[in-house]
Write a protein that binds this ligand. Structure first.
Ligand code: GAP
Length: 440
């Protein structure tokens, strides 16, 4: 078997095409010509994105006793965003090309219009990236609301609620997954930068003296998460921001970067936010957002270490890293070498033919596996074509029911990566698949 390296010049196009063709990601409102870099997640995409989020929740909440979850509102009053600094500073420098009138983010174009090549632009002006809307039927300032541009602020505004209800003490964290919205000037590169996206953020509250140690801990822990889910080491790196590039709230930020087809770019940011957010919200709301340590009798405002990832961006990186073109026994195939935890389907049950005796046993096998694995069931086309289709969407195991099954009550299990096939009795199938996926 030969394999091409994952990053080829046309990789982005290939993955974008595959994502659409096989039901991962569709351009939104496509029947109306699409809508401004928004995307819909199709039957396979919603499975995979769910798996990315589940893998994050498992490692950040389920497997820990120091982190709890939260699901805060998307709409928020201006007071939150005034206190957080977003109303004033969450801006990008907007310029207009004087020749073709296209609008660009000044810091992304190196002084040359990507549309017409002109170097003449208007003076940059600060463009706030938040989506502003009205809550309720009354117009006017009292009804102004914003769609959150990050999930983090809902965590800070609930700090006292959580502290009072779950009896945690620093170091402890609050995790949240959900949609965020930014009116990006130039959304680009498929789902890498979109105006509506999903974040997976965790705010970890620590004693100020311990902040640096936890900052380092979370950088290493988050890098390890991507490695564990199958992104090769050489496609990941850490990038520490220079002091002058830090966000308004940050005392230090390190990005986990991925080798995207256009070069290294941010996958996730890990920031030491200091006591900025809790202090700002405490001052603006008049509610104390600090912690009293019973043992030392000290009251302090915790520092916050924040690993902030994009769920949709992470899914894109997992797809890019998994994409391979193989030649198996002289035949070329496309294969997504996704970790089984991320694959849209973990098992495909394939009756060799549409004959009803085979379908009956196949349904029995499907029902045996469905409570434990996300399964596909496919009876159309030749078995070779069906294997290729499952390879292309990253299904780790195909279970084929053939005429011999009717005699020996055994099925063929085919491994996506090696294409090796083994015969397994139906009675041992569940245990065998569990063992293969490291669950036993
Ligand atoms: N609370 C901190 C925060 O939001 P950020 O670096 O602006 O930090 C965190 O965002 C992560 O969210 C990014 O690393 C990226 O994965 C994802 N993200 C940010 N803007 C995005 C966009 N327009 N489209 C898709 N993902 C985005």
């Amino acid at each position: 078997m030969t394999s091409t390296p994952a990053t080829t010049p046309d990789l982005l196009e290939k993955v974008t095409n595959l994502a659409k063709r096989r039901g991962f990601i569709f351009p939104s409102a496509e029947i109306y010509g699409g809508f401004r870099s928004t995307y819909d997640y199709g039957p396979l995409g919603v499975n995979m994105l769910g798996n990315v989020k589940r893998a994050w929740w498992r490692s950040m909440v389920q497997m820990r006793s120091d982190i709890v979850g939260l699901d805060a509102a998307i709409l928020g009053p201006p007071a939150i965003w005034a206190a957080s600094g977003h109303l004033e500073t969450f801006t990008d420098p907007l310029v207009d090309c004087k020749k073709c009138k296209e609008r660009w983010r000044e810091d992304k174009i190196d002084g040359v219009c990507p549309n017409c090549g002109s170097t003449k632009f208007t003076e940059p002006r600060a463009f706030n990236l938040m989506f502003k809307t009205q809550a309720g039927p009354v117009e006017g300032e009292g009804a102004t609301a914003y769609l959150r541009p990050e999930t983090a602020q809902g965590i800070f505004t609930n700090f006292a609620n959580v502290l009072a209800t779950v009896r945690k003490k620093p170091p402890f964290g609050i995790a949240q997954i959900g949609k965020s919205f930014r009116n990006e000037i130039t959304p680009q590169n498929f789902v890498f930068r979109t105006r509506e996206f999903e974040q997976m953020e965790m705010e970890y509250f620590v004693a100020p003296a311990d902040a640096d140690q936890w900052y380092r801990y979370w950088i290493a822990t988050r890098l390890a998460w991507y490695l564990d889910l199958g992104i090769p080491e050489e496609q990941l790196r850490l990038h520490e921001h220079a002091q002058e590039d830090l966000s308004h709230y940050s005392r230090g930020t390190t990005d986990v970067e991925f080798a995207f087809p256009w070069g290294w770019d941010e996958l996730e940011g890990v920031a030491n936010r200091g006591d900025y957010d809790l202090t700002q919200h405490a001052n603006a709301s008049g509610v104390a957002l600090d912690y009293f340590d019973q043992t030392t009798k000290e009251r302090y405002t915790p520092f916050v270490i924040e690993p902030a990832a994009g769920a949709t961006r992470a899914m894109m990186a997992f797809l890019l890293a998994a994409y391979h073109e193989d030649v198996v026994e002289g035949e070329s195939r496309t294969v997504l070498r996704l970790d089984w935890r991320l694959a849209p389907y973990q098992v495909a049950v394939l009756p060799l033919s549409k004959k009803s005796e085979l379908e009956d046993v196949s349904r029995e096998v499907l029902e045996l596996l469905q409570p434990h694995f996300m399964c596909d069931y496919d009876v159309t086309q030749s078995i070779g074509r069906r294997y290729r289709r499952q390879d292309e969407v990253g299904t780790p195991y195909c279970v084929t029911v053939d005429f011999a099954t009717l005699e020996d009550r055994a099925v063929t299990v085919r491994d996506r990566d090696t294409t090796a096939q083994v015969r397994v009795p139906i009675g041992e199938l569940l245990a065998s698949l569990r063992e293969r996926t490291g669950q036993s």
